[in-house]
Design a protein around this ligand. Structure first.
Ligand code: GTP
Ligand code: MG
Length: 197
């Protein structure tokens, strides 16, 4: 699939203030700093569409981007980052929860996992929770440029081993790098499939 246009539409504080449209949506979630916003830029072929930062907790709102004038990418605030005021953090986590649980036009979620770290409790717990939502998800192992292919493979195997057992089947797994653009075609393929269902 070709990306012909990618335009920032709006930031929303919660589900209630999210855009009132029927466009199919594809959302990116994962721990703070895992590379969600960088991935939106990589998919869009735009360096600065979504705001990227080396400091975790950069994305604080639900950000909506319109792609090819017909569907949408959603950049979500990361989880597992506590430096923001407690009330604010809870609010944002709730917004993400509400969005993932209730957004009717949400077609697919991409859960980003840092390919360099051993399985993290917070990712497993999140996937466990997501498994109870009706929406399909894929796992994207990020920052693969930072280590050897062998290390990434070992990391993925360990993660899949640690996945909750009650999930029906293994979700699609993609290895990515926003730096080398690895995984871009695979992610766009999943989006294309999601658009045709
Ligand atoms: P929050 O909005 O804080 O939750 O973070 P995020 O998940 O949106 O991460 P972001 O895209 O802002 O990236 C965090 C840092 O990781 C930045 O310094 C990026 O340049 C870097 N980064 C992201 N993806 C990659 C990648 O694939 N390879 C490398 N080498 N660095 C990356
Ligand atoms: Mg971000």
């Amino acid at each position: 699939m070709q990306i012909k246009s990618a335009i920032f539409n709006m930031s929303a504080r919660n589900l209630q203030s999210a855009p009132d449209w029927k466009r199919p949506e594809f959302a990116f979630i994962g721990r703070s700093n895992v590379g969600k916003s960088s991935m939106i830029n990589m998919l869009s072929n735009k360096d600065a569409l979504a705001k990227v930062s080396a400091t975790p907790g950069k994305t604080q709102l639900l950000n909506f981007f319109v792609m090819n004038e017909t569907w949408s990418l959603v950049d979500l605030p990361g989880y597992g980052y506590a430096k923001v005021a407690k009330s604010e953090k809870i609010n944002f986590n709730e917004s993400v929860g509400d969005y993932l649980e209730q957004r009717e036009n949400l077609r697919q979620v991409f859960v980003l996992i840092d390919s360099r770290v051993p399985p993290q409790r917070i990712d497993i717990d999140f996937i466990n929770w997501l498994g109870d939502c009706a929406v399909p998800f894929a796992l994207v192992f990020t920052k693969a440029d930072k280590q050897s292919t062998g290390k990434t493979q070992t990391s993925i195997a360990a993660f899949l081993e640690a996945m909750p057992e009650h999930l029906s089947g293994v979700p699609p797994v993609i290895i990515s790098s926003s730096k080398t653009r690895k995984g871009r075609i695979e992610i766009l393929k999943l989006i294309e499939q999601g658009l045709s269902t």
